[in-house]
Design a protein around this ligand. Structure first.
Ligand SMILES: Cc1ncc(COP(=O)(O)O)c(C=O)c1O
Length: 291
C-alpha cells in the first residue's frame, strides 16, 4: 500500500521501507524480508528487496537513513516474537515525528499487540500517536482466522477497486465474527478490566522473579502481553510450565511469553501464578541447561 501510494504520486523510486531489528511481520515473503532476521529468512531467498533494517532506539541513525527513496517505516509498538520488547512512548512519538517531517508513511504492525492486548484498543494509543497504515489480526477474530489492514484515506488512496485483492478477503463469516468480537473489546469497561487484570498478573510476576532469581531475570511488556526473561534456557522453563499444565510460548532474547485470554478471571490469574511457581521450583531442582 505504501509503495502504491508513492507510485500513484509519481514517485515510483520511493519504495524503500525502514524496518527494525528484532521485529516480526509474519511468514509471507514480504513479511520475512521486512523482519530481515537470519532465523526467518535463511533458506527462503532471494528476499524481496527494498527493506532497510535499523535499531529503533537510535533516532539520529534512523533520520540519517531517510532518503528520497524512503516510502515508509514499519514498526511493532510492542515486539512480540522479538522478546516482548516495548517501544517507549517517546520513541514511538519520535518515529511519528520523523515520518511527518520527512513526509513518509508510518506503518504499525499491531497483529500481536493490538485489539485490547495492552489495555487500550491499540497499543499505539498509549503514545498518543496515529499510524498511516496498520495491520491487525489474531485478537480481531477472537480465535477465528481474520486479519485486516487499516489505513487513512490518504494512505489508502492508491488501493482503488481492482488494484489488489485476496481470495479470502472480506470473508462474510470472518467479518461477522470480527464485528462481534470488536463489540466486546472496543468497550471502555472491558479495556479497563484488561488494565486491572494486567496489574493483578504483573505484581505477583514481579514477586515470582524475586523469589526465583536463578530462573528469572525480569518481567517485561504491557497489559496482558507480558514476558519473563529467563536466566536458564527458556525452553527448559517452557517445558516445566507445560508439565505444570500452563501453556506459554517462547520468544527471542530468552523470554517466555504470557498472552492469556483477555477475559481470564481473577481466579485463573492466581492459578497461573501458582503453576508458574511450581514450574520455577521444578527448574531449580531439575537438571538445568546453562544459558
Ligand atoms: C507482529 C506480527 N505480525 C504479523 C504476524 C502474522 O504472521 P503470519 O503472517 O505468519 O500469520 C504475527 C504473527 O505472529 C505477528 O506477531
Amino acid at each position: 500500500m505504501a509503495r502504491k501510494y508513492w507510485f500513484d504520486n509519481g514517485l515510483e523510486d520511493r519504495y524503500e521501507i525502514i524496518a527494525f531489528n528484532g521485529s516480526f511481520h509474519g511468514r509471507s515473503s514480504a513479511g520475512i524480508a521486512a523482519a530481515g532476521s537470519e532465523k526467518l529468512t535463511k533458506g527462503f531467498g532471494p528476499l524481496l528487496p527494498g527493506f532497510v533494517h535499523l535499531n529503533w532506539a537510535d533516532h539520529e541513525v534512523i533520520e540519517a537513513a531517510i532518503t528520497s527513496k524512503t516510502a515508509a517505516m514499519i514498526v511493532e509498538p510492542l515486539q512480540g516474537e522479538g522478546g516482548i520488547r516495548l517501544l517507549p512512548d517517546e520513541c514511538l512519538k519520535e518515529l511519528r515525528r520523523l515520518c511527518d517531517d520527512h513526509g513518509i508513511l508510518l506503518i504499525l504492525d499491531e497483529v500481536q499487540c493490538g485489539m485490547g492486548r495492552t489495555g487500550k484498543l491499540f497499543a499505539h494509543e498509549w503514545a498518543g500517536i496515529e499510524p498511516d497504515i496498520m495491520m491487525v489480526a489474531k485478537g480481531i477474530g477472537g480465535g477465528f482466522p481474520l486479519g485486516a489492514v487499516l489505513a487513512t484515506e490518504n494512505a489508502a488512496s492508491g488501493m482503488t477497486a481492482g488494484t489488489h485483492g485476496s481470495t479470502y478477503g472480506g470473508n462474510p463469516l470472518a467479518c461477522a465474527v470480527g464485528c462481534a468480537v470488536i463489540d466486546h473489546i472496543a468497550d471502555d469497561v472491558f479495556l479497563e478490566g484488561v488494565r486491572r487484570k494486567s496489574g493483578l498478573l504483573r505484581q505477583p510476576l514481579e514477586s515470582l522473579v524475586a523469589a526465583h532469581p536463578d530462573i528469572f531475570e525480569e518481567v517485561r511488556g504491557s497489559g496482558l502481553m507480558l514476558g519473563l526473561k529467563c536466566k536458564i534456557s527458556n525452553s527448559d522453563v517452557l517445558k516445566a510450565c507445560y508439565e505444570a499444565h500452563l501453556i506459554t510460548v517462547s520468544a527471542a532474547d530468552n523470554v517466555i511469553r504470557l498472552l492469556p485470554p483477555l477475559n481470564l478471571s481473577d481466579e485463573e490469574i492466581t492459578e497461573a501464578i501458582a503453576r508458574l511457581d511450581k514450574a520455577a521450583k521444578a527448574c531449580e531442582t531439575g537438571p538445568l541447561t546453562a544459558q
